[in-house]
Write a protein that binds this ligand. Structure first.
Ligand SMILES: Nc1ncnc2c1ncn2[C@@H]1O[C@H](COP(=O)(O)OP(=O)(O)OP(=O)(O)O)[C@@H](O)[C@H]1O
Ligand SMILES: [Mg+2]
Ligand SMILES: [Zn+2]
Length: 365
């Protein structure tokens, strides 16, 4: 059996571990460790270092006074729950699978606070035409720069418009209808999948054509462009740790964690909102958790309320407040077992989350 996994509990169960890295995107793609768990304990890889580090419990959880009262919540399996979700801090809702975490956060809280913003990992812009450049708005400015430099219309730098390859109409792919089988998609031979026509590719800006500009990473693009109207929107992507994406990568191909960070990037400068994130750490490596936590902290620092549904101990430990649901899944769940700080949770005898957290907080040899 083969599983793709990030959580420490799952590593303990594996017979054989393969780690890819050393970093993300173009900085990754190599096997950096292969062997058993014992060998990983001594290895010098990102995963090994993260596993050796004990989970640090938030030493200074933010205090709170006001909150959102939830009374008599009984959606799905909730047992007429009364609980207060603190305002202006980071709250983690925890518990075993099926205990009612998502129901509490995404049904009960969201129903009472219609202005709350739920940030999920569902793809943005499922269209092949959506890219980091279009999503941030940088693309319009890039087109204008090309248009001005070449004295032609901006439409030449769009594969929805004049710039499109005439064969694939800018899709980069051609679909063949087969008489008795599923249609087949193949890369367009005319443009080699790059979607632009030769006239469009003949125009350059600072020595690059539109195709080679779209192949730049966001970090490289920040060096290439001087214009603030291009740089400002791109910087929001670097702020959330996505500077390694290329301008032209279809957003439909981003990982769930990457999508979530793209969505967070447009929220970072807002204040006084309520954000609900259901398992935001899904798919993230331990190293990326710190980055995600820093983003959530930035939201809290901006006077926002942040509520996360979480399983990962590294995340739970860093919250200001924890609401633990249980004791089991389905009809056996739906009770609030505990509400308090992460440190208090480690001392709560009824909570399995508390026991796991206490164990993970012990230093490892
Ligand atoms: N739309 C629904 N209709 C009926 N029951 C539901 C619905 N959604 C969830 N439930 C049930 O309510 C209970 C709590 O589900 P919930 O999704 O809140 O659990 P959870 O704690 O978020 O679990 P997980 O960690 O697996 O996401 C479960 O028994 C689930 O089967
Ligand atoms: Mg859930
Ligand atoms: Zn083509």
């Amino acid at each position: 059996m083969l599983i793709v996994e990030h959580s420490r509990q799952m590593f303990q169960l594996a017979d054989h571990i393969i780690e890819l890295g050393p970093a993300a995107g173009e900085h990754g793609g190599r096997v950096v460790y292969q062997g058993d768990l014992a060998g990983l304990a001594d290895a010098d890889t990102a995963t090994a270092r993260a596993l050796r580090r004990p989970v640090e419990i938030n030493p200074n959880p933010l205090p709170w006074s006001e909150g959102f009262e939830i009374t008599d919540a009984h959606c799905h399996n909730l047992k007429h729950v009364n609980v207060t979700i603190p305002k202006g801090i980071l709250t983690a809702i925890t518990g075993v699978a099926g205990s009612g975490k998502s129901t509490l956060a995404t049904y009960e809280l969201a129903a009472r606070r219609p202005e709350a913003i739920t940030i999920d990992q569902k793809p943005i812009g499922t269209s092949i035409r959506s890219t980091p450049a279009t999503y941030t708005g940088a693309m319009d400015e890039i087109r204008k720069l090309f248009a001005r430099a070449n004295g032609v219309g901006a439409g030449w730098f769009s594969f929805n418009s004049k710039g499109a390859c005439l064969v694939c109409k800018g899709k980069g792919k051609v679909t063949y209808d087969m008489a008795f089988a599923e249609p087949v998609e193949v890369p367009c031979e005319e443009c080699g999948g790059h979607r632009y026509n030769p006239t469009a590719l003949g125009y350059t800006y600072k020595g690059r054509n539109i195709e080679t500009v779209m192949a730049l990473t966001i970090e490289q693009a920040l060096n290439f462009f001087d214009d603030e109207r291009v740089r400002r929107p791109l910087r929001t992507m670097v702020d959330v740790g996505l500077g390694y994406l290329t301008l032209g990568q279809p957003t439909s191909t981003l990982s769930g964690g990457e999508v979530q960070r793209v969505k967070l990037s447009s929220e970072l400068h807002k204040r006084g909102n309520v954000y609900i994130l259901d398992e935001p750490s899904t798919g993230l490596h331990n190293n990326d958790l710190a980055e995600l936590l820093a983003l959530l902290r930035q939201l809290v620092d901006g006077s926002n309320t942040v509520v996360i549904v979480e399983h990962r101990l590294e995340m739970i430990a860093k919250a200001d407040w924890v609401i633990d649901m249980g004791p089991a899944g389905g009809s056996e769940g739906g009770h609030v077992l505990f509400a308090g700080t992460p440190a208090e949770l480690t001392a709560c005898p009824d909570s399995r989350t508390g026991a796991y957290l206490a164990a993970a907080a012990q230093a490892r040899a």
